[in-house]
Design a protein around this ligand. Structure first.
Ligand SMILES: [Zn+2]
Length: 132
């Protein structure tokens, strides 16, 4: 489990976060994370006890944490894409590959985005105004 990230990974997390968090999350790798905060009243009867029991039996796969569980998307075109639990860290190697790819292609990506902006502006100008 990783709770501190390098600045570039923090930017990656900020970019690809799902925007959802909660008391439980299962990472794409199969690891589970759950918030043991006693003020969290979202558990069904026995659910938290079951998670605690599984955390004791398989501490390498089930992790009690004391914070809300955040998730992030895999940057891909696959639908549905994978979702990772941020603190799992299993996604870091793949994220670094994506960051290197984007950094290496930055000049071409910049040209593409500017061309797309121009195209979209031309399309917007060509739209008819809807009269009331
Ligand atoms: Zn994982």
């Amino acid at each position: 489990m990783i709770t501190e990230f390098s600045p570039n990974l923090e930017n990656f997390i900020q970019t690809f976060r799902t925007g959802t968090s909660g008391c439980y999350g299962m990472c794409d790798c199969g690891n589970e994370y759950f918030n043991v905060d006693e003020n969290t009243n979202v558990w069904e009867d026995g659910e938290l006890e079951d998670l605690m029991s599984r955390a004791e039996k398989t501490p390498e796969m089930v992790f009690p944490v004391e914070f809300s569980v955040d998730t992030l998307y895999e940057p891909t075109t696959a639908v549905p894409c994978k979702q990772y639990v941020t603190v799992c860290g299993c996604w870091i190697e793949e994220a670094e590959t994506w960051m290197k790819r984007v950094d290496n292609w930055r000049p071409w990506i910049t040209v593409y985005l500017n061309l797309e902006k121009k195209r979209m502006q031309q399309e917007a100008v060509a739209l008819h105004t809807i009269e009331i």
